[in-house]
Each structure stands twice: as C-alpha cells, then as structure tokens.
Design a protein around this ligand. Sequence first.
Ligand code: ADP
Length: 468
Amino acid sequence: MKKRSIGFRLAAWYFLVLGCGLAAFSIIAWFAMQASIYHAIDDELRDRVRGVAKFMDLQTASLSIPEVRDEFREHSVLGPGGDLFQVCDQDGQWLYRSVPLEGNNVPIIRPTALDIPRFETLRVQGRLLRFYSRRIDVNGKPYTVQVAAPLHEAFEALDRFRLLLLFAAPLLLVAASAGGYWLSTRALSPVDEISRAAQRISIENLADRLPVSQTGDQLQRLSETLNAMFSRLDAAVRRITQFTADASHELRAPVSLIRTTAEVAVQKEDRTAQEYFQALQEIVSESERTSQVVDSLMLLARADSGTETLECADIDACTIVREAAAQGERLARNHGLAFLLKLPKAPVPIEADSNALRRALLILIDNAVKYTPRGGSISIELQTSKGFAVVSVSDNGIGIAKTEIPHIFDRFWRADKARSREEGGAGLGLSIAKWIIEMHRGTIDVGSELGTGSTFYVRTPLHDRTVR
Ligand code: ADP
C-alpha cells in the first residue's frame, strides 16, 4: 500500500492528538462546570439555612407559632428560591412549609436523625430540586431546616455549554488540523530544497556542496551530514580516479617496453640468435613484472570490494617468520647482503592466515633487499610485547626521508620513482602488506633515517589458546 506523504501523516497525528486533547478537555470542562454550579448552589443553600437559624433564634421566643409562620411566609418570598423551604420540630410536626413544597414526597427527617447536614437532589412534582437539610437548635429545642433550590436553570446552562462544546470542538479540530497540515508542509519545504540541491550534485560536480543555513536545527544537521557524505564520496572518487590513472600508467610502461623491444627485434631480418634471445629475455622479464602489477592490482581491488578474505588459524608466528626468512635469506645473499634471523625459543601463538602473513613479511624483506646497497645487512627479529607478536625487519640501506614516511603506504607511491622502477617496484607492495596486517587486527609502523636504514615493525595480537 502506498504510504501517505509525511505532511499528511503529521497532520493526521496532529488531528488525532488534538482530537483526544479536545475531547478530554471538553469532558473535564463540562464536569468542572457542573461541580462549580453545584458548589454555588450549595453555598447559597447553606447561607439560607444560616438565615433561617438566625431568624428563629431571634423570633421564636417572642412570637407564637402562627406568627412565626407568617413571618416566614413574608420573608421567604423575597429571596431567590426563598419560597422553597420547610422546618419541622423534633416530633416531626411542620413548623413551616412553603407552598410549593406542600403535599410533596420529601421525607420528613427528624432533627434527632440528622447529626450531619445532608445535601440531596430530588424530583418534586416533576422538577429537580437540590435540598439541604440541617439540624439547628433554638432555645434548647432541635429543628430540621430544609431549604431547596431548583436545578433546571443550572441544567439548562450546562446543556448550552455541552452544545457549545459539541459544535465548537469539532470545528476547532478541523481548523487546527488544516492549519497543522499547512504548517507541516511549510516546515518541510526546506527539505525539498535540500533534496533538489542534492539532486543537482553528481559525479561531475562532486566538489559542490549544499547551502547550510545556520539554524542549529535538524535541517542544518541534514545539510551538514549530506555535505560530509559528499566529501567522503568526493575523496573516494578522487582516490579511484587517481588509482586508475596510476594503474594505467604503471601498465603502459612495461607494455610499451615489450612492444618496442619486439619491434626493434623484428625490424631487421639478419639478427643473430643471441640478439633474438636477449630481446625475448627482456620481453619475458617485462611480462613477469606486468603480471605482478596486475596481480597486485587485482588483490587490492578484491580487498577494496571486501571479496578477498583470509583464512586464519592458530599458528606459531615463529613458523611464518622462519619460512619468510628462508626465502629472504636467499634473496639477500644473491644481492651480497648479510642476513640475520632472531627467533624466541618459546612458540608465539597468533591467529593468522600463514600465506598472507608470509607474503606481507616477504614484501618487507624484499624492500629491505632492494633498498640496501651491496655489503649491507638485513636482520629479522620476532619478539612478544604487551600482548602482541612483534616482527621487526631492519636494514642499513638508503633509508626514507622524514617527509616521505607518511606516504610510503599509499598506493603507487615510490620515493625515487626512476630508481624504484629499475628495481621492479610499482609502489603497491607496502599497501598490500598494510592491508594484510590490518586484516589480522595488527599494525605496521616504520622507523627510518635517510642514509642510515629502516626498520619496519609488524604487530599482530597474540592468541591466548595453546598453539596446536
Ligand atoms: P615498491 O614496490 O616501489 O618497493 P612499496 O610499496 O613496497 O613499493 O614501497 C613504497 C616505497 O617506500 C618504495 O618505493 C621506497 O621508496 C620506500 N621503501 C620501502 N621500503 C623501504 C626500505 N626498506 N628502505 C628504503 N625505502 C623503502
């Protein structure tokens, strides 16, 4: 089912919440009004009983009963609702009973049975009356005074109020919801602006940014978040573009060298077998180098896409270092370099993909060999430190300048491009080594000084289980 727009949903919620609020308010207001009407009537009834009591206090001693009745009759008609009252003595005899109450069904309450004053609502001859009955003592004799007030006027007011609520509340609700809908669409219009601006940004103009209004609210945060995302995308696209350019450059050089060598070889027909052999040898070695670059590029591409995974197992780091060193030693000796390996006696348990980790170490050893002149030396050492297995690969070769150290793990980065090319490096070795080591939750660092030599440190976490 198609979802409604956010503006509509906001207005619907607003309608619902406001509707419940208005309904609750109307019910509370109606009951509050009813309570306040009863309160006002009850207060008035209390006052009237007090008036009767005062009158009887002053007059009953000096007047006869018929005179008292006359006085009551005279005074009772003056006040509002004053004609509704009756007084009886302790024997249940009426001392006074106003005309509208005569012959009604109001039960007589003897003063002796009326310890606590009592309010009640009774229907008398079809009219609803509010009664207040209280015992008073005059000259030592108890009497029951009952005063009443009609409720129909109050009920009419309550009915009018209820009608008002019934009509006004829905009207208010509809008007407020329409206003809410208008407000929500207005409040969301900047979001539309942001999405229109975001739509204009594509791969061609990834450096463009959305305008950020300094409102400190969600809209500012949304624009800033989108801008931060564009920055990340921009950087990623730049990296990919740079990578593609570097990769094509790196591949073009050997391919054109192969082509030139082959072209030169076939230009003249009367070449000696030795010349052809030399040309083919060059082509083979350039092809090998090209395949290596392609392999490295493919590995990095798989690493970037997350498809290249490692198969880690519990292993003794000494085994991996020993295997890598065996290969490295042959390489070092071929280049006229001394080679030293130092391993601890106890096993160093780590969880690793032995092929991958060996490859990373070989990259470091290969670099040490490449960048150390004849007569130099290379040493490999494995130690444990603070929960890590630490392999250090040191050489006393040409070293790396301080300014270049931050770049050496970048792809295609070479300190001395011309010379490195001769050595066969494409500037991808250290990026691959770094990726492998980070996949082992480890780190790689370098300490180096130009002209003195370099030491690369590989740290991988020790594994607490016993080595199998
Ligand atoms: P390459 O294949 O060119 O060796 P790497 O990524 O392995 O590429 O190394 C990047 C650069 O770092 C090298 O070109 C070199 O300038 C520098 N480098 C790496 N290892 C050493 C080292 N042991 N001594 C001096 N320079 C080094």
